[in-house]
Design a protein around this ligand. Structure first.
Ligand code: CA
Ligand code: CA
Length: 298
């Protein structure tokens, strides 16, 4: 059965106290309708950023309760499809982004999508729709949807795209999954703090691995398993992702730490997810012919 979560159900923080808006069973298809990261508040290029209600940015649609899913399990989300609207928006915000120390003027730009191509003025770009925010409830407290952590959240990983599979650790009964912040296109780093922000729809299939969980969110693509690290800065995010990758290699091949550390140096790529959100993100990308998902679940 297909269930649809409409975009009227939005959250701005991940929390065990959020009331689920839908109940689903493992194996079910769930469609999330999402609102862009600016809360759909930018209508055109004359919209002043001062008119934006910042309490309504970074909405995630949900949360949904998955039956039979408990703390210590892994929630497995297959991204079957991402449909985006035909108009994206990007902004610059004073003080924000990698070059935030510069005198940056607030600016809004509309990026139309015409015949399957994204236009930045007359520069034609190939869309690669992706999900910026996907996460579950943390064990306690409340984590704004604008940041990331072990529960997922605003990871802004370009690999969370059509055909990929996301593994999240479950901290509360039912997991309380929510997602949003679609990008028509983003490059690694998300340099200016925004991407081609867009509203749309995500078709998912939800499943569970009982009794085991990843230490950090994982994203599986055709050729890689990506370990998603987060941190106060890129160094901390890098260390977190690398720790989990090295532990996975130790388990896969029954290696000592030093041996796995060496192997990681040969096969694991470190890449910046984003350098601009409250928690910075780095992924450790391990080729799938080197590691199995089982070695990354504890
Ligand atoms: Ca984001
Ligand atoms: Ca975004």
């Amino acid at each position: 059965m297909v269930k649809v979560v409409p975009r009227t159900y939005l959250i701005y923080s991940f929390s065990p106290d959020n009331k689920p808006v839908e109940k689903v069973y493992p194996g079910e298809i769930v469609i999330f309708e999402t609102v862009d990261a600016l809360g759909g508040q930018v209508r055109d290029e004359s919209t002043p950023l001062t008119s934006i209600d910042w309490s309504r940015v970074n909405p995630a649609t949900g949360p949904i309760y998955i039956e039979g899913v408990e703390p210590g399990d892994t929630l497995v989300i297959d991204i079957l499809d991402i449909e985006v609207e035909d108009r994206a928006v990007i902004v610059t915000i004073p003080g924000a982004g990698v070059l935030g120390y510069r005198d940056i003027k607030p600016k809004v730009k509309i990026l139309p999508i015409v015949k399957g191509m994204l236009y930045f003025d007359n520069i034609k770009l190939l869309p690669k729709p992706m999900i910026g925010v996907i996460g579950v409830a943390p064990p306690s407290g409340s984590i704004p949807t604008g940041t990331s952590g072990p529960h997922g959240g605003n990871m802004d990983v370009v690999e969370i795209t059509r055909g990929s599979r996301v593994y999240l650790p479950v901290f509360v009964k039912g997991a309380l999954l929510a997602l949003g912040d679609l990008h028509v296109l983003q490059a690694d780093g998300e340099i200016c703090v925004a991407a081609a922000e867009v509203s749309g729809k995500v078709v998912t299939k939800i499943d569970v691995v009982k009794g085991r969980k990843p230490l950090l969110p994982l994203v599986e693509t055709q050729t890689y398993i990506h370990v998603i690290g987060y941190g106060e800065d890129l160094d901390e995010a890098t260390r977190r992702a690398t720790e989990v990758a090295v532990q996975g290699l130790m388990k896969e091949y029954l290696l000592s730490f030093e041996e796995a550390y060496m192997l990681a140096s040969l096969v694991v790529d470190l890449r910046i997810n984003q350098a601009v959100d409250p928690a910075k993100g780095v992924r450790a990308s391990i080729p799938k012919n080197i590691i199995s998902i089982e070695s990354l679940l504890t």
